[in-house]
Write a protein that binds this ligand. Sequence first.
Ligand SMILES: *[C@@H]1O[C@H](CO)[C@@H](O)[C@H](O)[C@H]1NC(C)=O
Ligand SMILES: *[C@@H]1O[C@H](CO)[C@@H](O)[C@H](O)[C@H]1NC(C)=O
Ligand SMILES: *[C@@H]1O[C@H](CO)[C@@H](O)[C@H](O)[C@H]1NC(C)=O
Ligand SMILES: *[C@@H]1O[C@H](CO)[C@@H](O)[C@H](O)[C@H]1NC(C)=O
Length: 670
Amino acid sequence: MLAIAGIGVAAASAYYWARKPRPSQPPFDLQHQTIVEGPELIHYSRFTQKGNGMKFMRYLYEDTKTLYDVFPRGARISNNGPCLGWRNATTKEYQWMNYKETMSRSQNFGSGLVALGLKPGPDTLVGVYSQNNPEWVLSEYGLYSNSMVVVPLYDTLGPDASRFIINQAEMSLVICENEDKCKSLLTDTPACLKIMVHIKPISNATVELAKSKGITTLSFEYVENLGAQNKHKPTVPPKPEDLCIVCYTSGTTGNPKGVMLTHENVIADASAILLHMGDEKPNKTDVMISFLPLAHMLERISHLVLYIGGGSIGFFGGDVRHLMDDMVALKPTITPAVPRIFNRIYDKVQSGLKSSSVKRFLFNTALSSKENDLRRGIMGKNTIWDKLVLKKVQDAMGGRIRLIVVGSAPLAGAVMTFMRCALGCVIIECYGLTECAAPTTLTVNGDFTSEHVGTPIPCCAIKLVDVPDMNYFAVSGRGEICIKGTNVFKGYFKDPEKTKETIDKDGWLHTGDIGTFLDNGTLKIIDRKKHIFKLSQGEYIAPEKIESLYMKSQYVAQVFVHGESIKSCVIGIIVPDEEFIKQYAEIRGFFGSFSVLCNVAEIKQLIMNDITELGKKGGLKSFEQVKDIYLHPELFTVQNGLLTPVLKSKRPDLRTYFKRQLEEMYSKLD
Ligand SMILES: *[C@@H]1O[C@H](CO)[C@@H](O)[C@H](O)[C@H]1NC(C)=O
Ligand SMILES: *[C@@H]1O[C@H](CO)[C@@H](O)[C@H](O)[C@H]1NC(C)=O
Ligand SMILES: *[C@@H]1O[C@H](CO)[C@@H](O)[C@H](O)[C@H]1NC(C)=O
Ligand SMILES: *[C@@H]1O[C@H](CO)[C@@H](O)[C@H](O)[C@H]1NC(C)=O
């Protein structure tokens, strides 16, 4: 068996030299990826235009300055090629709507809304509450054709949040996918809501229920037809400075905040991405699969970038469990992704290899051969290893993927390298917030290193500012990431207070993320201000809240709760209360010093049970509860450098101090 593998290696080398792969050409020296200006060390994209100062990009194409311009451009570039695709319920094949049809149907829908009495212009906000589907896009671009504003509603916001949003935005009309979503808006319905447009059929009972609340229900088709009959009325196209979307985001506390983005914000972001991507940017031959929620900016920007390039979008069938099946049917060339998906593929492949040592050997040889190529700047899927070993992984995604953009949470380096080698395609990592229209940094073509998020794109600049509480200082290269540029939002809807907290007087958006610029100019995210972080499944954790609940335990003197964005659970370091532990030990007949008692399993279990109970009583969700603890016999003090002078935990120092214990706990939980 091993001999066969050996032949494989020889064959692979021969094949490899025959192909003479050439390293990809980065657009510039990868050791100097940004332009740094001024005493504040402001980092700009190397694609930023110099002129009178540094100029932030607003648009890339003269004919595309608002979202209304996007479909006409796509139609021209693709020669009216396919635009939106979905799976036919009977044939299971994808069927397509071309650009001109998409354009005219969306305009009809927009005209239909105006015929129903909605006022054209950016003061009219309309909700869209649906999974990804063609109607979502038709609704959105229909609204733009009359300068109206789209407000996505989505399930994870919760029903209270939806009501809050409908009220705050004073929406009279919401576009709703189906029966369930219509019904969820029909309890405690906000008084301003008058019309529900349903995409799929709804029951007569729901029609009646709506009627009893003074709400008219209309089908999507009806509105489209109504618009077709009122076509003679001209559309009211938006201006770049007009609002196009209010994108609500949930915080850890309080009501959701409505992020106001203009056409210019969104077009600038998409244009900067296109310029940054260079030769890798989408073109009319590209097909993207759409499954990440359209309610989030990353997905919407991905759509936009495809449309501007004249490519096509195929929607998944609506169930993520069948995503791979959709991919095989669609054979996409591009997909956006989140780390969760990569982690799942990685785990699946790893566990598939467990059964056979030969398979494992072949697979690992294949990977290390490709990793070698990667280090020399060579990327592709033409090696014999791809044909022999890796094709299965590639075929699971349809076999044609050439570009993946991954964002929204950090990705472990090992997983990133694995995916690059196994798929042999360009994987770009990005970083951004809804407040700056999503991607704000991207990795550069030809940079195959991981664990950084690349450089600012040419519509914005980034600087770091001090966070003294957390020991981060810009002079030593670490601080809060602040962003300025044409993609930065106009403020939170009806919330000048929060807006002022977020955008300073010089126009810098304070992200709350802590970053550092590596020597070559790439940005690395290292922490989160106010000690709020996301776990790998996307849940927010506020460790101080958890700590204050655990502190109620008589057995706990001090506690430090720790989590990482590449892990799915939190763990803790606890300094037990010496007095209570000694009392307990005496009753149970344990002897020894306090350090010895800290190593007694029963004592650890006692504390674990007590804090879990307290956490439960305090309303912690299960992902907020620590999954393991380490008992430390020595208090955190100002003297040992683990507390600030006002006796708050120095989190970065605690993390460094307990690095070994934290890693050990995670290694057992993984
Ligand atoms: C599905 O495809 C068949 C065959 O092409 C076609 O006749 C039918 O109209 C399609 N279904 C829908 C709902 O469009
Ligand atoms: C629902 O209402 C429509 C129109 O009033 C009627 O034609 C249809 O039969 C009703 N369907 C059911 C299931 O009652
Ligand atoms: C589209 O992009 C791909 C990948 O960069 C490239 O191979 C192809 O030639 C491009 N096609 C067109 C029509 O520009
Ligand atoms: C950029 O710098 C980081 C940190 O020194 C390094 O890990 C990475 O490999 C560098 N990137 C490139 C493309 O050399």
